[in-house]
Design a binder for this molecule. Sequence first.
Ligand SMILES: [Zn+2]
Ligand SMILES: [Zn+2]
Length: 318
Amino acid sequence: MFFFLQISSFVDAFLFQMLLDLYPVQNFTVEQIEYEKNTRLLQPIWDFMTKGNEHILSSPLFPPFYALSIDYTWVAVFTIIDLWFSEVPFFKNAKIQKDRKVTWELMKQSLKLQACNQLLYIYPMALVQLIWVPPTELPILAPTVFEMLSQVAIFFLSFDFTYFWFHYFSHKIKWLYRWCHSVHHMYSSPFAASAQHLHPFELFFVGTFITTIPWIFPTHCMTYWLWFFVAQSVSYEVHIGYDFPFALHRFFWFYSGAPAHDMHHLRPLTCFQPWFNYLDRLMGYHITYEDLKKMTEAKLKKFGVYSSGEEKGLIKIN
Ligand SMILES: [Zn+2]
Ligand SMILES: [Zn+2]
């Protein structure tokens, strides 16, 4: 135990020093602020965003409503595509599970659960923030490009790594799966809205995690908002059910994209990592549709299916 504490305090001290080196505390003089304002690449965008909008952007209500607006936008775009454009050749060719049509009936059940989650948990929590969260401070300076991109990359890696383990144990510990994560697996063929088809506990865990990761640095609010946009957009991307020719996973082999997470919904004991796939590859859980076709009966049992007893009584929508 003592040894463990020693190691962890050493790691903490090392990480803290690393962060100080990466993002030194800057106390600028008035002249330096003027100089930085004229040289930072993101300054014109920051000035444009904040000018006249200070009262909206600094409100404690802004982050939750900004996050919800990202949700609604992605759900609206892909609901329109699924319901009205799924027969257009471009989308038809890109559809991953071609035999599973996304219908309004399927979506309605997910949207009902999400409406409940939002009315019971998200909106009340947003209103509670009005009481105990102070207004966001809007700095004069924009972040530097290095600061913004490197911090978002660190948040991305940290979330992806931690969520892998949360997700892995949500499948391996059977009561945890049955009680909580099985709600997300009511759909074996995902579509955009099903990204948020979550048990309230999982919604709380993921929401809190995405919100609090940036607290490890004194994060600029512009970086914070970009992180929200990236985290939510990628979570929707892996659920859209389409493998587009321009998808990132085609260019970066370590990026999961929609095909891997689609596979996870089809075979829930594979492809646990949400955004990258290096842990799945290391642990032998990364499989593709090509692998699935080649599998023998014995392998099918090992990879990706619960026994009928384990799934007994759980609701399945598709
Ligand atoms: Zn999913
Ligand atoms: Zn899962």
